[in-house]
Ligand binder design. Structure first.
Ligand code: HAM
Length: 426
């Protein structure tokens, strides 16, 4: 990821990118392609199909879907009036829009569906390492199945994905209950937090009324003693939620996916019920979550569809990319096979023509259209990482014979130009 650099010595007035929104430069894009192509490969093995939804939705979708009381909607959403007509929002996450599309296109009539997406999301957070205002998520959403083995399968999918990329991430698992068991728990939690609010930070106090579950997530050191002793929802689950959670664990055990039960794991979005999970990595520092998700069995209904259970997750590509960089996993960029070096004007034109012919045969090649000194052209060939160089001039064009120079071994072998493609292919 790159942040603007430049000395401002030029005449024009420089306009920088927006704070918290990053460029991914060509040298890094190979890694992004890898994250995305491995996702497509692994997700297909599990029957997930890609969906593409707009980056802009009605603001009301997120207010109702993600929750009015969440920071994401309440503080961080980019909302604007579209020419004074409608209140629109840049999507802060992908689930609400995916559910909207699922309902709008009547996809529920076909039975259970598994969809995935990738793309930019927007949250007006305070930018820091691993936290940006435009970031990219790869997410999966599975609709129509309430049974816990789906949860286990989806979590295993994500574990498989990380393993394929050579990334180690720790799975944290919790159940946040449902409409049966949560209300009574929340009342007790609130009472406990109010009784102990003297020992809590301002943020926590602020959240007791608005979003008491989120208080459990506070990372401030001085709040920890109170939070550690807070009542635990995991110990208060109703029977159906308890059984569901036990079966998720049994499924994960059967699949050999290791997890740690984290009774204080809560998520920053309101739609979750039962299963909640996160994958974290030590390579990330304070923003340690590389992926998060959970069940949202009421969301489709809340957004105007038929009762349809669901579960999903999203992973942050910027964060995953940081981990990949740390573990030294470099996705190789495609290098040109051949670099044409021109000795004169006739050779320059022949290079242009031959390069085009080779590219039509699927062979990457380059030349320096500036021509100039051959030594400089050879330098350029090395800079772009070409495998071979071919010098072309009037003589080569006249005889149809040239020399193929291996830029690693420096060996030169004669080659007929008509056979060049065959020689360098593969
Ligand atoms: P989330 O936990 O808000 O969940 O985001 C998922 C992941 O996106 C995080 O674990 C993190 O890697 C990345 N992420 C979030 N905010 C930022 C940011 N400001 N900068 C960089 N990366 C960030 C969701 O968004 C849910 N929609 C996930 C889900 C799908 N639940 C069910 N289905």
């Amino acid at each position: 990821m790159h942040h603007g650099r430049g000395s401002g010595i030029y005449a024009g007035v420089k306009i920088n990118g927006v704070k918290g929104m990053n460029d991914v430069l060509p040298a890094d894009v190979a890694r992004w392609h890898e994250m995305e192509s491995v996702a497509r490969e692994v997700f297909a093995l599990y029957g997930y199909r890609e969906v593409r939804t707009p980056a802009v939705e009605h603001a009301a979708l997120f207010a109702r879907g993600v929750g009015e009381a969440t920071d994401i909607v309440n503080k961080e959403m980019y909302v604007f009036e579209d020419k004074g007509e409608e209140l629109l929002a840049l999507r802060p996450e992908g689930t609400a829009g995916t559910v909207r599309a699922f309902i709008e296109h009547g996809a529920f009539v076909e039975g259970p569906q598994k969809w995935f997406y990738m793309g930019p999301m927007f949250r007006r957070e305070r930018p820091q390492k691993g936290r940006y205002r435009q970031f990219h998520q790869i997410g999966c959403e599975a609709f129509g199945v309430a049974e816990p083995y789906l949860d286990a399968e989806q979590i295993a999918l994500l574990a498989d994905y990380f393993a394929r990329l050579g990334v180690t991430a720790e799975l944290k698992l919790n159940s946040v209950g449902d409409a049966q068991c949560r209300p009574a728990y929340l009342a007790d939690l609130k009472a406990y937090l109010v009784a102990n609010q003297g020992a809590l930070c301002a943020d926590c106090k602020d959240r007791i009324e608005r979003n008491p579950l989120r208080v459990l997530d506070c990372k401030v050191e001085s709040c920890q003693p109170v939070l550690e002793k807070a009542p635990r929802l995991l110990e208060r689950l109703c029977e159906p939620c308890r059984t569901h959670f036990d079966q998720v664990k049994a499924g994960l055990d059967a699949l050999g996916v290791a997890y740690r039960i984290e009774p204080r794991l809560v998520r920053g979005l309101d739609y979750y019920v039962r299963t909640a999970y996160e994958f974290t990595s030590d390579a990330l520092g304070s923003q340690s979550a590389v992926a998060g998700g959970g069940r949202y069995d009421r969301l489709v209904e809340t957004l105007g569809g038929p009762p349809t259970p669901g579960i999903g997750f999203a992973l942050g590509e910027e964060r995953l990319s940081m981990i990949l960089e740390k573990v030294g996993r470099a996705a190789p960029e495609r290098r040109p096979a051949v670099f044409f070096v021109s000795a004169d004007a006739t050779g320059a034109l022949e290079g242009l023509r031959l390069a085009a012919a080779l590219r039509r045969a699927g062979i990457a090649c380059e030349l320096d259209p500036r021509g100039g000194k051959m030594k400089a052209q050879f330098k350029q060939a090395e800079r772009v990482g070409a495998r071979w160089a071919v010098v072309l001039g009037g003589n080569e064009v006249a005889t149809g014979q040239a020399k193929l120079k291996d830029l690693q071994t420096r060996e030169e072998t004669p080659v007929a130009l008509s056979e060049l493609a065959a020689r360098v292919a593969g």
